[in-house]
Ligand binder design. Structure first.
Ligand SMILES: NC(=O)c1ccc[n+]([C@@H]2O[C@H](COP(=O)([O-])OP(=O)(O)OC[C@H]3O[C@@H](n4cnc5c(N)ncnc54)[C@H](OP(=O)(O)O)[C@@H]3O)[C@@H](O)[C@H]2O)c1
Length: 280
């Protein structure tokens, strides 16, 4: 069997954000290997590998996203949205986190959707941190129902108590978006699949920020996380490839019958939490 054919990316147009580091970079490199025409966005550092088109942009604002649309191909077979920031500043940058980690996902997806080919795919990087999305579904659906960037900003400004530090709520909104939109006519009507991966702790460009967000000190935070993961489930840090590679598979023909799923790639962490909840 030809493995490249199994994935089905050869000659296909793929758009991937956050390709400059971490999980997005691991995914983009594999997509190139698999023969895709890769349109990759970066924010600060240029890529150190070749793609069809590298697009420098800041996806934290409407203007930044609008600017990349003319740079993208007329037909997109797969869209991977991988960019993201941490909540290391707590509530002070909650709105920035919300815009970058959720609203840009919705806004970019809906702008690119008319270009996505029938039988194409959209895949997000969410997080284990969004696990409790069911508890916040009404609030998530309110944000999802907003029809413009300005309307979303007005919602966030009116509900600071709902967004918390931004990170968890953004990931909950991503999960709710995947589950609630996969059957809407603009997706299922054109057989466009919509999924997300929900990674656990992974060594990437965000690791120091996440570690800092625990006590303010990155080394202390790392020690706490490592103790927690080792003591509670014999865990370890994942590599970016352990997230990026499965995500590429999910967006490919291999997963042609899977849509509306948030897949936890976390060495069992989410199951541990869920069983804990259900048996307490
Ligand atoms: N690492 C973890 O443990 C973990 C766990 C669960 C979920 N996640 C999620 O995984 C995703 C990927 O992050 P990562 O862990 O691979 O970290 P990473 O190496 O820092 O990658 C994130 C990428 O997003 C880009 N980015 C951030 N803000 C942007 C903006 N406003 N516009 C355009 N690009 C922007 C960054 O570009 P620059 O570096 O050039 O700014 C960077 O390349 C994120 O959504 C994160 O929330 C991570």
């Amino acid at each position: 069997m030809d493995l490249k054919q199994l994935f089905g990316y050869e000659g296909k147009n793929v758009v991937i954000t956050g390709a400059g580091s971490g999980m997005g970079k691991a995914a983009a490199k594999l997509l190139v290997e698999l023969g895709a025409n890769v349109y990759a966005t970066v924010r600060r550092k240029p890529l150190d590998f070749a793609v069809t088109k590298e697009i420098k942009c800041d996806l934290g604002s409407k203007e930044g996203i609008d600017m990349i649309i003319p740079e993208l191909p007329e037909k997109v077979d797969a869209l991977f949205i991988c960019h993201g920031i941490s909540n290391s500043l707590g509530k002070t940058n909650a709105l920035e986190v919300q815009k970058t980690n959720f609203y840009s996902f919705k806004y970019l997806t809906e702008l690119v959707l008319p270009r996505i080919a029938d039988n194409g795919s959209v895949t997000f990087i969410s997080s284990d941190g969004g696990k409790a999305w069911r508890d916040r579904l009404p609030q998530c659906l309110e944000v999802i129902a907003t029809t413009s960037w300005d309307e979303a900003l007005a919602w966030y400004e009116a509900h600071p108590e709902e967004t918390g530090d931004g990170y968890v709520f953004a990931k909950q909104c991503q999960n709710a978006y995947v589950m609630s939109k996969c059957h809407s006519p603009e997706f299922i009507g054109r057989k466009i699949r919509l999924n997300a991966i929900a990674p656990g702790m992974t060594k990437t460009g965000l690791t120091d920020d996440f570690n800092k967000s625990i006590t303010g000190n990155a080394e202390q935070g790392q020690a706490i996380l490592e103790k927690y993961s080792l003591e509670f489930w014999n865990g370890r840090w994942a590599s970016p490839e352990e997230m990026g590679h499965p995500m590429v598979a999910i967006g490919s023909d291999i997963f042609s019958y899977m849509s509306g799923q948030v897949i936890y790639i976390d060495y069992g962490t989410a199951s541990l939490w869920e069983i804990g909840e259900l048996t307490k």
